[in-house]
Design a protein around this ligand. Sequence first.
Ligand SMILES: [Zn+2]
Length: 266
Amino acid sequence: MSVFAWLMMAAPALACTLTLDGPAKQGGLLIGTAPVGSKVTVDGRAVRVAPDGRFLVGFGRDAAAKTKVVAETPAGLTLECPISVAGRDYQVQRIDGLPKRKVTPKAVDVARIKADNAAIGKVRRLDTQATDFAAGFIWPLKGRISGIFGSQRILNGKPRSPHNGVDIAAPTGTIIRAPAPGVVALVHPDMFYTGKSVMLDHGHGLSTVYVHMSVISVKAGQRVAKGDAIGKVGMTGRATGPHLHWGVSLFRTHLDPALLAGKMAK
Ligand SMILES: [Zn+2]
C-alpha cells in the first residue's frame, strides 16, 4: 500500500457536498450550509456555524486565488471544499477638491481618527449568533453609483487606501433604509472622515456601515427590519457632495456591497 493510500484511510476526506451560495470572487460573500452540528474552518480558521448549519465565507479585495473550506461532521466525516476565487480588475479613481485637512489630517485630528477607528473596529470584532444576513440584501436607497468597490484612490493628487464600499449619490435628505434585518451596533454624530455614521450587525461577523449622513434616525442597540429608515443622505465628514457611502465587512475584511444587493432596480 502506498503512503498516500494509507493516509487516505487514516483520515478519509470526502469531496465537497456543502452548499456554498454566492459569488466566489474578490469582494464576494458565500453563505455555506454544512450538516447540522458540523465544525467548519476556512483556510484553517474556525468560523461560527449556526444551529441550522449556515456559515459565512468572505473574499476581500485582494483575496488569494484559492481558499479551502473544511467541515467536520458529527458523523466523523471530513468534507473538503477547495474554492477558486476569481480575481477582479480595479479602477483608479481621482477625487479632487477635498479640504486639505481631510486628506492630510493635522496632528490634533489624529487622536480623533484613532478613537473613530477603535469604535468601528469594536463592531467589526462582533461575532453574534444572529443569522440576519440570510434574509438577503437590498440597496439602502436608489441613486447614481458614484464610487465602486476596490478602486485605487488618489485624493487631491495623493495616493490613499482603496475604496472599501460603494458610493450612491442622492439628494441630501433621501431616506436610507436597512438593506437587511440587523441590530444597530454603532451610532456616531461626527466622525472625522465619515461624519454622521451608523453600523448594523447582521450576525456571524457580518456588519454594514452607512456614513456621511445628514440625519440619523436609529439608536444603538435598536433592532431594525429590512427596509426600515435608519437615516438620511448628507455630506458630513469627508465628502465633496451628498451621497451614501455603504460598506459591508465580514469581521475586518471589506466586501463589495454591490455583490450582495445585485442590480439596482430603476
Ligand atoms: Zn465611499
